[in-house]
Write a protein that binds this ligand. Structure first.
Ligand code: OXD
Length: 307
């Protein structure tokens, strides 16, 4: 029996499970079932103490890429595998979102929006894709696909990862020196980093200040990676041209936060890459099969790295 917890679209999730594996019993809050019979939980934004209610749990599937809401909890026994989604339709959405941000600056649509408000008719000198140097922080399952697709379109793409990696068409940098080099050469810095103790606050005055004059930040990872005051200062001082933000310290972003009205901030409500029920369920079921045959599931979260 698998217990399902999602914030929205419950019917689509149940349907996807039913269509792909009709014999798997899927239960949700409010159903009549014995908690002791629940072996698996598939969840997004799991409420506090959710897992403690199931004494015979064998594994937990996070229905997303980031597992920060699943780690460091009191109700999650350390010996139970935590498995996250890898891509499952999210990479393509990320590419689309980032491409929108890139085209906004490459073709100066942010400038034209301001010019329109001021009644100014003036053509800007657009850059080509090959003139845009992108720096992608985080080359995990999503980051790698995003990097390669953007490189395939003609952008100059570099990426940073903790451990070395060979990725065709992408310059991969590692270590502290690599991080510094990436910052210095990125016209657009894109965060796809996981949320860990090391990445919290990593986008601050010191790091963002090392980006070239007029650079742009795109954050599609987690809001806590950004020190908001530092970002606002760098935007106000004109060091950064634009910040495209999909994620925030607190979501929904509190009313009155300066991001809402800042002329150099473009914000969206954490929608860059939604979890799509069908590919996500396919991945969960594939992993259930792997576990049943003694194989390691894909997307197993490592306790030491937290992702
Ligand atoms: C995720 C997210 O981590 O949607 O999947 O933020």
């Amino acid at each position: 029996m698998l217990y399902l917890h999602v914030d929205s679209g419950l019917d689509s999730w149940r349907k996807a499970f039913h269509q792909q594996q009709p014999d798997l019993q899927v239960v949700v809050a409010g159903d009549d079932f014995d908690p002791a019979a629940v072996r698996w939980v598939a969840a997004w934004n799991p409420p506090e103490a959710l897992f403690a209610g199931f004494p015979n749990l064998e594994g937990i599937f996070a229905l997303g890429a980031g597992v920060d809401a699943f780690v460091r909890r009191d109700d999650l026994p350390a010996d139970i595998p935590l498995i996250r989604l890898l891509d499952a339709g999210m990479a393509q959405q990320m590419v689309e979102y980032i491409l929108w941000a890139l085209l906004t600056v490459q073709r100066d649509f942010d400038v034209y929006a301001r010019q329109q408000q001021q009644g100014i008719w003036q053509e800007q000198m657009a850059r080509s894709m090959g003139e845009m140097r992108l720096g992608i922080l985080g080359l995990g399952a999503l980051g790698q696909k995003v990097a390669q697709q953007l490189a395939g379109l003609g952008y100059k793409v570099a990426g940073w990862k903790r451990s070395p990696l060979i990725l065709e068409g992408v310059q991969v940098l590692t270590g502290d020196q690599g991080f510094d080099d990436l910052l210095k050469q990125s016209d657009v810095l894109i965060s796809l980093l996981p949320n860990t103790t090391q990445t919290r606050g990593v986008l601050n005055r010191s790091t963002l200040g090392r980006l070239p004059q007029g650079a742009v930040l795109v954050n599609v990872a987690r809001g806590v990676q950004v020190v908001d005051e530092d970002l606002l200062q760098l935007l106000d001082e004109g060091h950064l041209r634009l910040a495209v933000l999909d994620v925030f310290h607190q979501e929904p972003l509190v009313q009155g936060h300066p991001f809402w009205r800042h002329p150099r901030v473009v914000m969206t409500p954490h929608m860059a890459a939604a979890t799509l029920p069908e590919p996500a369920v396919e991945q969960v079921l594939g992993n259930l099969q792997r576990l049943a045959s003694g194989q390691e599931p894909l997307g197993l979260v490592r306790a030491d790295s937290g992702y």
